[in-house]
Design a protein around this ligand. Structure first.
Ligand SMILES: Nc1nc2c(ncn2[C@@H]2O[C@H](COP(=O)(O)OP(=O)(O)OP(=O)(O)O)[C@@H](O)[C@H]2O)c(=O)[nH]1
Length: 461
């Protein structure tokens, strides 16, 4: 069965993604001339932005991890690692902001690595997405063994923590102090000119290219992943085009970063919702198929058994007579042998429809098997049941379905057995069916095309 990650994008999704990409590109082009215009916003929005980024990426990672749990595709496991890692790194960025743990920022106080965190987060995430795409290309849908699956799942949970720790505690000590590339007045042109900007741009360009080339946007999920990657690319273009913090370009770039995560989360939730709707629909179809007989459209034997149990329970609570009708087409073997099975099926269908028509809407009418039908008539006494059975018998006769030459009667007929169970007398469903069957047998024995005698056996099992 298709999962939420492998369904092909609908035309509308593709169109929407294309429109969003075009709108974002147009927005960047419009903003570029004013990229270095200062704003009065300062860094006030930064904690909110980073919190939103952390929360959104955490939820994305969780949803993708759940998908990995369901489909065991290593590429999805790696994508979940990418988003978890991004969330952890932005969470760490948050506690490094000025006035969170120390006046001038840094956690532990005095360790200024905001710039390194930015580089390690974006570079690491792009690298992990690229890795996921390489794995997707090589691995395809090969199933993993249960043991490997469990190990891979555990690794997907632990790996982001390990990677974040490695970037923060180990790698950060090996690289020079990148914060010195940002001046006190917020001028970070030295940072972008140092090659770091070009490196990040290239990383995200390659990551995006890998998504496009490997997935060819065949699934809706990968289509939105590509759009999210494009949004990251625009973010970096704007961040690298402006050279000073808190300018129009700087704020706009942060908006694009948030949009990248928002697009991914929105798309994932939408795909999950779509899957849920499809599941509900499939469940409904499967349920309907299980309670109906495919040839006649009447209820199935399984449903009849369940309904009879329920009717008996209701009778115990609300005493009222409960009647069971059991009908069988007379000499159907001859009919089948003469006209063939296809005509035989049509005959069964006509008689089933006739039975459903002649009984009340609330009665459960089912195909018991072969050319045998049953009906549960609640709150129906012997007299009423006999009338209903006679109505049905006569209706079948008036269908005037011709019988094979040499038959006892010129038209197809039915014999009907009935058993009316009085209230206040305990009985099992099987016993009730047995009584109706005995009545039917008696009707057959008496010459067919008639209603059987009422079975009044006083001893219920
Ligand atoms: N076409 C068709 N025939 C079926 C189906 N289920 C059972 N039958 C046929 O129904 C016939 C039942 O024959 P019997 O049980 O001997 O009963 P009968 O010929 O109706 O004789 P009485 O019931 O004694 O009047 C068999 O030939 C089965 O093959 C079905 O779904 N489609």
């Amino acid at each position: 069965m298709e999962d939420s990650f492998s369904t092909a994008p609908s035309r509308r999704s593709l169109l929407l993604a294309g429109l969003i990409a075009t709108a974002m590109t147009a927005a960047v082009l419009m903003i570029l001339p004013d990229i270095d215009v200062p704003t009065t916003l300062g860094g006030n929005l930064r904690p909110v932005q980073i919190t939103a980024l952390t929360v959104t990426n955490s939820i994305i990672a969780y949803l993708v991890l759940l998908q990995f749990y369901a489909d065991h595709k290593l590429s999805n496991g790696l994508l979940s690692v990418a988003f978890s890692y991004s969330a952890l790194m932005s969470g760490y960025m948050l506690i490094n902001l000025p006035r969170v743990f120390s006046t001038s920022g840094g956690f532990p106080p005095g360790s200024h690595m905001a710039t390194w965190l930015w580089l390690a987060r974006l570079g690491g995430t792009a690298f992990l997405i690229l890795l996921a795409m390489l794995v997707l290309q090589r691995q395809q849908d090969r199933p993993l063994s249960k043991r490997v699956r469990f190990q891979a799942l555990s690794l997907c949970v632990v790996a982001p923590l390990g990677l974040a720790w490695f970037a923060i505690a180990v790698l950060s000590r090996l690289v020079p102090d990148l914060n010195s590339l940002v001046k006190d007045n917020g001028d970070y042109s030295a940072l972008t000119h140092s090659g770091i900007g070009a490196f990040l741009l290239a990383s995200w360009f390659v990551a995006l290219l890998s998504v496009l080339l490997v997935t060819r946007l065949r699934s809706a999920f990968h289509c939105w992943l590509a759009l999210s990657g494009y949004s990251y690319l625009l973010y970096l273009i704007m961040a690298c085009s402006s050279s000073i913090r808190y300018t129009v370009g700087w704020h706009a770039s942060r908006f694009f970063e948030l949009a990248a995560a928002g697009i991914m989360l929105g798309a994932l939730l939408f795909e999950v919702l779509k899957l849920q709707t499809r599941l509900q629909h499939s469940y409904r179809q499967a349920y309907e198929a299980s309670i109906h007989d495919s040839l006649t459209g009447l209820h199935s034997r399984r449903h009849f058994d369940a309904m009879l149990e329920m009717a008996l329970q209701q009778q115990a609570r609300h005493p009222a007579p409960l009647t069971l009708l059991m009908a069988d087409i007379d000499f159907f073997k001859q009919y089948n042998d003469h006209f063939g099975h296809v005509e035989g099926d049509l005959c069964i269908q006509r008689i089933a429809a006739c039975m459903a028509e002649q009984l009340r809407g609330g009665d459960t009418v089912a195909r018991y098997g072969g050319e045998e039908f049953v009906a549960i008539l609640q709150y129906c006494d012997q007299v009423q049941a006999r009338q209903a059975a006679e109505r049905f018998r006569a209706a079948v006769e008036s269908l005037a379905l011709p019988t094979p030459p040499g038959s006892l009667r010129p038209v197809v007929t039915v014999s009907v057995g009935l058993y009316c169970h009085p209230a206040g007398s305990p009985a099992t469903a099987g016993w009730l069916v047995e009584q109706a069957d005995r009545s039917l047998y008696a009707a057959k024995h008496a010459g067919r095309n008639r209603i059987g005698p009422p079975e009044t056996s006083p001893t219920a099992a």
